[in-house]
Write a new protein. Structure first.
Length: 478
């Protein structure tokens, strides 16, 4: 078959191919180092290059009307042009030696290079997208709140670790479920109606467990697409059991505080009226009434002091004034203050103190109040005729003030909570005894401010041991 060709046109076209290839390669290298959202430019350049190469090739062919193309090239062009854009067949090299075939082979090789570059860009883009998704998941998994995403039909498409843990349902099961499958049964009709109408919803639920009642706060907000149209919902769930417990304890504290204030005031008022109205009260009875009034006034003053201290603790403004203190004198004052209460309940009060004690730098008033709290609790919760032992031990550059009693003790479940503000045991024997739930919280804070600690060990119906431990060289400057 005769083949005529214009060598100059072919040479010009091949040079154009070389320049276009060089330009595309340089541009691709630059774009490779740009942010991932710029990678769409490479796809555009590849598409433009393919069109340019084919147009250029066909232009040369058009100018050389008298030169027929090899059948193998024509067959590939016909197959390529008639196929769909997503299923284009690969272009192959031809083995003819004429200029048309050489030009065709050059085009095919350049296209293969560009296609490889496009495939590389697609893999990089896919990897970056995967990394971004992985980072987002890691961030959501680090949240304490449960996060779940549902589609418009209410089926879960994503849940984080907290959502799975709070509901105690494996994520694989959740992703096969809908929100209706996990909503608590006690959700009100109004809430169900709001959920059905796809408006923002917030509600609370509770679940009974072997360890007690758990409270959850649910919240739902619409999830919008790029056109600000809803395409699902984001659900948040938070365990608010501790918050509910704190609210309950505060309510109980208000009730208890009312009683603590009203009782001594009523006693003071009654005995004061008796002393005022009665003319035939003998001296001893008057003395007894005055002692009762003084005792109730002291009780009120102590309770008010506890309220003031706890308010400082809440505000984080509680402080101590440390000075060199003689322990012998301080401990004698503490024991003298608590002894009348021990006598009133006929308790066996034993004191074990070393003959020589070091001087330490502490806030005397704060330490005295903390130890009186510990000893006072021992008196409160030890039945009449029981034992209370106050021991002081110096060892390992620390000094321990240990209060041991044979009282009602504390259950294992309640031990971790004894230093929480407003906490009081559910034991009926404790409920019958007046108390604010603030004394141990105050003593714990005093120990912390002195860089010390309070240890506790207890067994129900066997008694408790509280130890206030302080470093011998506190040296705190607060």
């Amino acid at each position: 078959m005769e083949r005529l060709v214009n060598d100059q046109s072919i040479a010009q076209y091949l040079r154009a191919i070389g320049l276009l290839t060089l330009l595309l390669s340089g541009t691709a290298v630059v774009l490779f180092f740009i942010e991932s959202h710029e990678f769409w430019a490479i796809r555009s350049l590849v598409a433009a290059a393919i069109c340019s190469l084919f147009l250029g090739f066909l232009t040369v062919v058009k100018k050389q009307d008298s030169v027929p193309l090899p059948v193998e090239i024509l067959t590939q062009l016909e197959s390529y042009s008639s196929s769909e854009s997503q299923n284009k067949p690969p272009l192959n090299l031809v083995h003819w030696q004429d200029p048309h075939s050489q030009g065709w082979n050059t085009i095919v090789e350049e296209l293969r290079t560009l296609q490889a570059l496009a495939a590389l860009e697609a893999r990089i883009d896919e990897k970056l997208t995967q990394n971004k998704t992985s980072d987002d998941t890691a961030v959501l998994d680090s949240l304490a709140e449960g996060v779940g995403v549902t589609d418009l039909n209410g089926h879960f498409t994503f849940v984080n670790s907290a959502f799975e843990a709070i509901l105690a349902i494996d994520s694989s099961k959740l992703l096969k479920s809908s929100i209706e499958d996990v909503l608590p049964s006690e959700v009100s009709a109004n809430t169900i109606d709001a959920i059905a109408r796809a408006i923002p919803v917030t509600f609370e639920s509770q679940t009974k467990t072997d360890e007690g009642t758990l409270y959850f706060r649910w919240s739902r907000r619409p999830r919008l697409n790029e056109h600000c149209e809803p395409n699902g919902h984001v659900w948040l769930i938070r365990d608010v059991s501790q918050q509910k417990l704190a609210e309950k304890m505060r309510e109980e504290f208000v009730s208890m505080a009312t009683h603590e204030l009203r009782t001594p005031l009523a006693n003071i008022n009654a005995y004061a009226e008796t002393l005022t109205m009665a003319d035939d009260i003998d001296f001893e009875q008057q003395k007894e009434f005055y002692n009762i009034i003084q005792s109730e006034a002291t009780r009120l003053a102590r309770f008010v002091d506890e309220l003031l201290e706890i308010s400082r603790m809440e505000a984080g403004s509680m402080s101590i004034n440390c000075r060199i203190t003689e322990l012998d004198r301080m401990l004698k004052e503490i024991c003298d203050k608590i002894q009348p209460e021990m006598n009133r309940k006929a308790l066996d009060f034993s004191i074990v103190i070393p003959p020589k004690l070091p001087q330490i730098e502490v806030d005397k008033d704060a330490i005295t109040a903390a130890l009186v709290n510990l000893l006072g609790n021992a008196v409160k919760y030890t039945p009449e005729g029981g034992n209370v032992c106050f021991t002081v031990v110096v060892e390992d550059n620390e000094i321990q003030f240990r209060v041991q009693d044979s009282g009602i003790g504390i259950s294992e479940d309640e031990l971790p909570h004894v230093f929480e503000k407003f906490f009081r045991s559910d034991d009926g024997r404790v409920r019958d005894i007046n108390g604010s739930g603030l004394g141990l919280a105050f003593s714990h804070e005093v120990a912390r401010l002195h860089q010390g600690r309070i240890n506790v060990s207890s067994e129900l119906n066997q008694g408790s041991t509280f130890s206030l431990v302080l470093p011998l060289k506190t040296g705190v400057d607060i």
